[in-house]
Ligand binder design. Structure first.
Ligand code: CA
Length: 471
């Protein structure tokens, strides 16, 4: 009996380990369109991000964090709800129904002081937040307008990234000190049209960025969707994107390179501002003795093409836009300088925050808490495949709707409107240049993955709820 009681006590003390300690603060920093390969902790060949790297150095870096629908608004809805687009009602740029469950509401109910600052882009007003100030729609980089708790305010002379940093510091300063906080700090940058501030505008003037390995992909190794897409570096960047006139007399290849350089100079300068502002909030946490009990995350709403496959933008299930950067620190709980290659998804964020806060995740949430992974105890049944689905067509870039599955080695994609399949062997072809769907050598894996898609669609209850949505 005594032994039974002792073990019962052990189990209950283990179960309540997060509930017993004072609940951690959660600082969730997310930027817009920041590819992992433009972060030095991820091995960027282009830029340095010392402050984002600080989070990785003090905690964990996930190499395989994936978005379930690679576009701004749907990713935000998936993060808030822990659910795929077909369940949260936001497959494209449609209005988020703010009356539905979200993670901020749950944390607020449990006593968290909750805040949402920056880019929201969900059509409806934020719900579940004690304080919010958001950019209307995409917002502007310079002289932005913010909507603070329903009231429109203009910031002439201001720069969105710095203002989002300022407002985040004010939120931390003015918060009730007897409550844990949950802050979603959402930067607008580095979204198109990539407008840097004066401080960073010329920082890359003398730099010639290397072209990515797939810069001259002619799409001959795959189906028709890539050819149809309108997001090419050499053809589809507008004067508004480029902001300068090209020098005269360039060959087509030189002009393409010039456009790529213009794009990278501005995109990476916008990221430098984001990184500075990540540093400002990290410094604040340290100075105010908050670093130890605050979980800090840096991520982006999806990945992005940095000239890869001759593209800018995102949407496709190919690696560069599927992968999200995800670094997280929680001193004393997450091993510093650790890396993890398990597959995690943006729908996992909400359940993770809830577990750290000692709260239960409702059963209808589709993501899974990554806390066991962060403790170095990968569950035996952790996902070995992930399901993806993209809907937005034809606007803005004519990327055909598709769904697919990715495992650690393979990726099967089905473009459902044009009924085309692509299969990639990521080990043999990490740049995804040649679909092996028709290759008889891959017949067995093709059949297995086709089945796996069906299994995942069933598990996630994707019954084509939004199959015909057009935007
Ligand atoms: Ca985005």
């Amino acid at each position: 009996m005594k032994r039974f009681l002792v073990s019962l006590l052990c189990i209950s003390s283990l179960l309540s380990v997060y509930a017993k300690e004072s609940p951690p603060n959660i600082l969730f920093i997310m930027s817009d369109d920041h590819a992992a390969h433009a972060i030095s902790a991820y091995g960027s060949k282009l830029n340095k991000t010392p402050n984002i790297d600080r989070i990785a150095k003090d905690g964990a870096l996930f190499k395989n964090c994936f978005v379930v629908n690679s576009i701004c608004t749907p990713s935000r809805a998936a993060i808030l709800t822990g659910k795929y687009s077909h369940k949260n009602g936001v497959p494209v740029f449609n209005r988020f129904d703010g009356s539905q469950w979200n993670v901020a509401k749950e944390l607020q109910k449990a006593g968290y002081h909750t805040g949402m600052i920056g880019k929201w882009h969900l059509g409806s007003d934020p719900t579940g937040f004690d304080y919010w100030t958001v950019l209307p729609g995409q917002g502007k980089y310079h002289d932005p307008v913010f909507i603070e708790m329903g009231e429109t305010k203009k910031f002439k002379g201001g720069y969105a990234t710095d203002l989002i940093g300022d407002f985040s510091l004010q939120f931390l300063e003015n918060r009730p000190k007897d409550k844990p906080f949950y802050l979603m700090c959402h930067h607008k940058a580095p979204h198109r049209p990539w407008e840097p501030d004066a401080k960073h505008q010329h920082m890359y003037d003398d730099v010639d960025f290397p072209e990515p390995a797939t810069f001259n992909d002619d799409y001959s190794g795959r189906g028709s969707a890539a050819k149809e897409a309108e997001m090419r570096i050499d053809r589809d960047l507008t004067p508004n994107d480029l902001k300068q006139e090209p020098p005269p007399g360039l060959t087509p290849a030189q002009l393409k390179h010039w456009k790529y350089e213009r794009y990278m100079h501005d995109y990476l300068a916008c990221i430098a501002s984001v990184d500075d502002n990540v540093g400002r909030v990290l410094d604040y946490l340290e100075k105010h003795d908050l670093a130890k009990n605050t979980i800090v995350i840096y991520t982006s709403d999806q990945g992005f093409y940095l000239g890869d496959h001759n593209w800018f933008d995102k949407r496709f299930m190919y690696e560069e836009s599927l992968r999200m950067p995800f670094v997280i620190r929680y001193p004393g709980h997450i091993k510093p300088k650790s890396t993890n290659d398990k597959m995690i998804l943006n729908v996992d964020f909400a359940p993770t925050f809830l577990e750290y806060a000692g709260l239960k995740t409702p059963p209808e949430v589709q993501g899974h808490s990554i806390v066991p992974l962060l403790e170095g105890k990968t569950p035996k049944d952790w996902r070995k495949s992930m399901y993806y689905r993209y809907y937005h067509y034809p606007a803005d870039h004519k990327v055909q709707p598709h769904w697919g599955v990715r495992t650690d080695r393979y990726k099967l994609i089905y473009f459902n409107k044009i009924k085309e399949w692509e299969l990639y062997d990521l080990q043999a072809d990490p740049h995804e240049l040649k679909s092996v769907y028709e290759d008889p050598k891959y017949a067995k894996i093709r059949a297995e993955l086709t089945q796996e898609i069906e299994r995942l669609r069933k598990e996630l209850d994707d019954r084509d709820q939004f199959a015909d949505i057009q935007k």
